[in-house]
Design a protein around this ligand. Structure first.
Ligand code: ADP
Length: 722
């Protein structure tokens, strides 16, 4: 009997062998169920070996094969490449590709009803009402009909018996409507048309191609990549397209734009989907029927049949980096995936990452530039407000110049946006009697005061308590006070300043889930809000035509900490936030409040000199051999006790392989030294570009058996240094 090597969606280092029962046809990529211990598990065939006569191993048999197309060869290659690169078990990476396993089964069916003919009997008022609703709804489930008519579902059944309604069995998960590339797009401006032609030519030549679409905020990058999508849809009726966006940019607005351009909304993939929506998208992707998918980073692991174009919009965005479990950067992996699929990749941004710019300059990406906003829209003027010389009044956070500008905007019927990347009311709570700073138990993290909910919350662990009446340390009453501003506190200040303004807060606390986010974005777009106060959630891709003023409350908050990209990120975030202003006829202006106006990131913002800033960053990183001029990897250990983690870290340090071009730092306490009761230590490894750092980390991390209470994780190209 032939033998199938099967990789399971489990943290196992390698595939297992099974016999293939008589009559079962398997090939590499087939999805199967096979016994592991007492249970059948989901797995994928990696290889099928011919009959092996005389083999003395006793193998179990494959239980079943799923009736779906096998995983494509480029996708399998992508998964094994990813496992190697990220130093992860291949089964874990396979698990990321099979998040919604019900997608391997056909859609469940349900009974639906529609009008059939004249009833063979008397019509009660209840029956008449149901028939009326059936005429209006067309095809509906019995509960929908009953609810619409305000009767019980037994009335529906009765009408079937009378021959007035007929029962039809229908799939619950419907296919996505097909996009139409022939619908007209926007009339492109000169520079947009040039970029679109270059993209189209690149795509027509076939094979792997890669582009950087480098255009200022609001320059029409979306309109331009729509042209590339249309080209791919037209050229090959089986080709599929993936558009990756930062999670919080996946709002109704972008879906509506796709629908407007292609006559059909794309298939969505993000953490807000319910299980039914997930299995629907994944099934349609797997069968090759979903032509356009729009999703957050994890959509890159969907098992497409024929992925010909990947667009990474806002490619600089830190949310493309995943740090839990298998850590990866979706932008970097997207380029590799496009290469393996022999497809194209477009990275789009107004503030591309230094890595991306360096790649473009080295000729690895074709760079397309959009320098202007279409029509009369202009980029906003950015002005620094030096808080050392123009501070806010005592107890306030907004400087007089920003206050005046907001009052003027309100009087003119225009909108303002205040940006502060801090949720809640105050980022720190102290006792004014004893000086105690309230922390999340077992950690060094401060608790944030949330006034709306009346709670103190740890934003790292989710720990939360009602605000205590007495200081937990000294017992003093009414002594706990919030220090520093969060968005709630700034809102309080604006309410006093502009009592007639309509004010809303936009943060992950006020916009939980797509519905609430959509509500705020729609109210803002419809000018039903005068002042919006938001965290980084406001920076992403929104178009608010009547927004003409942006105020950055604390531009310096992102510059603190040891993150090598702190300056770059601050520049990107603030220029994206400022870019929300003046996107239509009226010009926009941004005020950036800072105590560090001489910082190169602030100087570059004020001078609108992105490339100048990148040049400084490049010099610093090149001198220090930091990415993209060198490589970095982190190894993080954690254990319930400090002694245990320290002694293992020491042993591991002694086992580090000697290797040319490698520098090892640590072990040191990780910046978040205690998290959820676990003590954490980290090593940082730096190498030159030509070293295979993944192979080095794999060799090192498997030299010692890891004690059962210790957790070890590897992060290649770390972004957060927590
Ligand atoms: P970006 O993705 O670069 O931020 P968008 O594609 O979102 O820019 O474009 C910004 C706004 O300008 C959108 O409302 C878009 O519909 C509009 N726009 C862009 N290009 C054109 C064009 N050629 N004609 C008309 N409107 C356009």
């Amino acid at each position: 009997m032939p033998i199938a090597r099967i990789l399971f969606t489990l943290p196992l280092p390698e595939p297992f062998d099974y016999t293939v029962p008589e009559g079962m046809v398997l090939e590499p990529g087939s999805y199967v169920a096979a016994p592991v211990g007492p249970y059948d598990r989901l797995g994928m065939v990696v290889e099928v070996l011919p009959d092996q006569i005389g083999m003395n191993r006793k193998l179990k048999a494959v239980s079943a094969v799923y009736d779906v197309p096998p995983m494509s060869a480029p996708m399998r290659e992508f998964l094994s490449w990813t496992a190697k690169y990220t130093v992860s078990h291949p089964g874990m990476v396979l698990g990321m590709a099979l998040r919604a396993r019900e997608a391997l089964l056909p859609s469940p069916v349900e009974l639906r009803y529609r009008l059939a003919g004249p009833p063979a009997g008397r019509l009660t008022p209840a029956r008449a009402k149901v028939l009326e609703q059936a005429a209006a709804l067309g095809l509906a489930s019995s509960s929908e009909l009953a609810a619409a008519a305000g009767v019980s579902s037994s009335v529906v059944k009765g009408l079937v018996a009378l021959g007035a309604l007929e029962e039809i069995e229908e799939a619950v998960d419907l296919p996505f409507p097909a996009p139409d590339p022939e619908l007209p797009g926007a009339v492109l401006t000169g520079e947009q048309a040039v970029a679109a032609v270059e993209l189209r030519e690149g795509l027509r030549s076939g094979g792997f191609s890669s582009f950087l679409l480098d255009g200022v905020t609001g320059s029409g990058k979306t309109e331009v990549y729509f042209e590339a999508i249309a080209e791919v849809l037209r050229a090959d009726e089986d080709a599929q397209i993936l558009v990756l966006l930062p999670e919080i940019a996946l709002t109704q607005a972008i879906l509506a734009r796709f629908e407007h351009r292609f006559g059909a909304a794309p298939a969505p993939w993000h953490s807000g989907l319910n299980p039914k929506e997930r299995r629907r998208t994944m099934r349609e992707v797997l069968h090759g029927r979903a032509r356009i998918v729009i999703g957050a980073r994890s959509a890159l692991f969907l098992p497409f049949r024929k992925l010909k174009l990947i667009i990474v919009d806002e490619e600089h965005d830190p949310s493309f980096k995943q740090e839990d479990g298998v850590s990866y950067h979706a932008r970097d992996l997207a380029v590799m995936r496009a290469k393996l699929e022999e497809g194209a990749v477009i990275l789009a941004s107004a503030t591309p990452a230094l890595e991306t710019v360096v790649n473009a300059e080295a000729g690895r990406y074709i760079r397309l530039r959009l320098a202007a906003r279409p029509g009369t829209a202009r980029l906003p003027q950015i002005e620094l407000v030096d808080l050392r010389t123009a501070p806010p009044d005592k107890g306030k956070w907004l400087s007089p110049i920003l206050e005046r500008a907001m009052a003027e905007r309100l009087a003119a019927g225009e909108q303002s946006l205040l940006f502060l990347n801090r949720r809640g009311y105050a980022p720190l709570v102290i006792c004014k009697a004893c000086g105690e700073r309230l922390k999340s138990p077992g950690t060094e993290n401060w608790l944030t005061e949330h006034r709306y909910s009346g709670r103190l919350v740890c934003h790292l662990t989710g720990y939360s308590i009602p605000k205590p009446a007495l200081c937990p340390s000294c017992g003093a009453a009414d002594s706990l006070i919030g220090v520093g501003p969060g968005v709630e506190r700034v809102a309080e200040e604006v309410r006093v300043l502009l009592p007639n303004a309509r004010i809303e807060i936009f943060s992950s606390d006020t916009a939980q889930g797509g519905e609430a986010t959509r509500g705020i974005v729609e109210r803002m777009a419809a000018s039903e809000i005068d002042v919006l106060i938001g965290t980084q959630i406001v920076a992403k891709g929104h178009n608010f035509p009547n927004l003409t003023l942006v105020g950055v409350v604390d531009a310096d908050s992102g510059l603190k900490g040891g993150d090598l990209r702190a300056g770059e990120r601050t520049y990107q975030l603030l220029s994206q936030v400022a870019g929300r202003a003046g996107r239509a006829e009226r010009p926009g202006r941004a005020y950036v409040q800072t105590y560090a106006p001489d910082n190169p990131a602030m100087q570059a913002l004020a001078a609108d000199d992105r490339d100048g800033y990148l040049a400084i960053e490049r010099e610093v990183r090149s001198e220090l051999g930091l990415p993209p001029f060198g490589r970095l990897a982190a190894l993080i250990l954690s254990a319930p006790s400090a002694d245990l983690v320290d002694s293992f870290a020491l042993q591991l340090a002694q086992q580090a392989p000697n290797s040319e071009g490698i520098e090892l730092f640590g072990p040191a306490p990780a910046p978040i030294a205690v998290l959820r009761g676990r003590h954490r230590r980290r090593f940082l490894v730096k190498s030159s570009r030509n070293v295979d750092l993944s192979a080095y980390m794999a060799a090192w991390s498997t030299r010692l058996k890891v004690p059962s209470q210790v957790r070890l994780s590897v992060d290649i190209d770390p972004y957060s240094f927590l």
